[in-house]
Design a protein around this ligand. Structure first.
Ligand code: COA
Ligand code: MG
Length: 281
């Protein structure tokens, strides 16, 4: 496992077959970007897309941490995708991770390409991936993960809805697996890129669940994610006052106090400490 950028609040995608969009990504302020050779690249364009992705990653890689999403290990394109990665790439996004054997194969392929140290963000987005998420994310290859709601629901034969009930369990499983593996997890896309409110609400829910960022497919979503996954000055001020009041009370022999009308005990104080610890500066 190697390091990801310090934080990925927003991970912006553009298709390898859309160099016009890829070239706009560095100006969008995403924490990292992904050139997609998988779902957003048609089958007929897989071979040309990997060559374009490589050239584009070299072109924009100096401006923003740039990942390439390769095709999954069970496709005929995977090995060529890995063999053509430029060594300047910030990492790969490996979709539809399902088995330890698949991860071993990916690790061997990266080693053969001389890229053993490349960070890998795993897509957990199938029934099997969710069922085995805890084991998969603990594999040493993995530096981070995302939850892919659209593929998951397709694999389940379900129906995607705005209230997210159908993904609640799987989305929670990925957060839990990320916590146990101590790798950051990135939340599902919002396909309706005109719905800023949905994006904001999902970011807030995801942050509350322990996610550290959001997959973005459109520039408008990046600003929303960056803001939602950054604690506000008010939140930080509240956390500082809470911890200070709690520690004063602890020194007086108390472990549960009334802080501004709310009960604060050790786990509540720990939530505030986490917020302060995870906030740079
Ligand atoms: N990255 C960078 N810029 C993007 C962008 C992206 N992913 N998506 C849109 N833009 C740009 C557009 O080019 C346009 O720029 P302009 O103001 O200079 O003309 C601006 O943002 C507004 O775009 P808009 O017209 O609202 O959207 P669109 O119709 O051009 O594109 C999509 C909509 C969905 C086709 C496009 O956002 C997209 O392809 N997203 C990524 C899809 C993807 O990679 N999916 C796989 C991963 S889940
Ligand atoms: Mg997909």
């Amino acid at each position: 496992m190697t390091a990801l950028p310090d934080r990925i609040r927003s991970l912006l995608f553009a298709p390898a077959v859309r160099p016009d969009l890829v070239r706009k990504m560095p100006a969008v302020s995403a924490d990292a970007v992904v050139i997609d050779c998988e779902d957003a690249t048609p089958v007929a364009a897989k071979d040309s897309a990997r060559i374009d992705a490589s050239a584009l990653a070299i072109e924009i890689g100096g401006q923003v941490p740039t990942f390439i999403r390769v095709n999954d290990v069970d496709t005929p394109w995977f090995s060529d995708d890995i063999a053509s990665l430029p060594d300047t790439v910030a990492g790969i996004v490996l979709p539809k991770v399902e088995t330890t054997a698949g991860l071993e194969f990916a690790a061997e392929s990266l080693a053969t390409a001389g890229l053993s140290d490349l960070p890998v963000i795993a897509g957990i987005e199938t029934a099997l991936g969710i069922a085995d998420a805890r084991t998969l994310l603990q594999h040493p290859l993995i530096s981070g993960a995302y939850f892919g709601a659209e593929d998951f629901v397709a694999d389940m034969g379900g129906i995607r809805s705005a209230d997210n009930h159908e993904v609640h369990h799987a989305r929670s499983v990925v957060a839990l697996a990320g916590r146990l593996a101590e790798v950051p997890v990135i939340d599902q896309i919002v396909a309706d890129f005109h719905d800023d409110e949905r994006c904001r609400t999902e970011c807030e829910q995801a942050r509350a669940m322990g996610y550290s960022g959001k997959l973005c497919i459109h520039p408008a979503q990046v600003a929303i994610a960056n803001s939602a996954f950054t604690p506000s000055p008010e939140e930080l001020d509240h956390a500082r006052r809470l911890v200070s009041a709690y520690e004063d009370a602890s020194a007086r022999g108390l472990a549960a106090i009334d802080f501004e009308g709310h009960m604060v005990d050790e786990p509540v104080a720990n939530q505030a400490r986490n917020l302060l610890r995870l906030t740079p500066g």
